[in-house]
Design a binder for this molecule. Sequence first.
Ligand code: PEP
Ligand code: MN
Length: 334
Amino acid sequence: MIEVMKKDSTQDQLEGVKARIESHGLEVHLSEGVERTVVGVLGQIFIELKDELESLPGVLEVILISKPYKLSSREFKNEDTVIKGGDAHIGGDELVVMAGPCAVEDEDQVLSAAHAVKAAGAKILRGGAFKPRSSPYSFRGMGVEGLRLLAKAREETGLPIVTEVMSPEDVGMVDAYADILQIGTRNSQNFNLLDAVGKVRKPVLLKRGFSATYEEWLLAAEYVLAGGNDQVILCERGIRTFETGTRFTIDLSAIPMIKSLSHLPVIADPSHSTGRAHLVTPMTLAAVAAGAHGVIVDVRDGAQALTFDTFADMMTRAKAVAQSVGKVPAGTGR
Ligand code: PEP
Ligand code: MN
């Protein structure tokens, strides 16, 4: 349920509404937009509450949200959420590119990748220190040493870092190093982990579960938002289909569809969805044309990784597509 305050309502009236909601053991989530102040009411809603709230001073109307996800919905917040990462704005009119090695492997690897992607126009450095692997025999990441190397790369380049956190116990440690905490596809319905990053006060990049529907994906985001963290970036990273020619199937419709359902920023991962380096540039361009607020790309290491040169070429082409759909250079917009 959401409650919309009148334009000329006072702070006292808002406090009165909040107190009334809380007196029923329900939770309040505020969205103070330019156009209107909306109070989200979460918990076991009862229908009489609608009339009760509508009778309070300062209240314009009370609307029931029919969707199971509430705080992530456009009904709750109509304006796009814009999230800052360094000098880039994710969710506004910029195309923000996050790039770097799949997994952090050593100092030279991560530093050289950081400098190269920055030179080509990337605004955020990616790199996995904790790697979720399909096989237990694959390299599972450097752990905290990987986080230190990412922090060193940030110090040298000024690029903020996005890196995955795999378990609730590690959230504090990853939070100490990362600028954006990534939740991988395999953990996107790990509800204890989602609760844990809901308590963090940094952006969370939430990958779509590879078998998650739009509704399940937005409900995963809802866990983070309901926990009190309103900075969630959604990432389409491909879903499981019958096709085996690519690693997963990138669902490009998800980009405009999620943008219509939710105010949260939506980016795409053309690397992990395709699993093939030669498909990364075409799928990046397609995602940008479909309206993605950004992309996250593996550069340098891994089967799907671009080389520094192909990454720079991809950036040039992505900028041209971005301009053609009305985007401004990263770091200059809102
Ligand atoms: C990654 O970005 O490093 C990764 C493992 O992605 P995903 O969770 O989408 O497979
Ligand atoms: Mn990877």
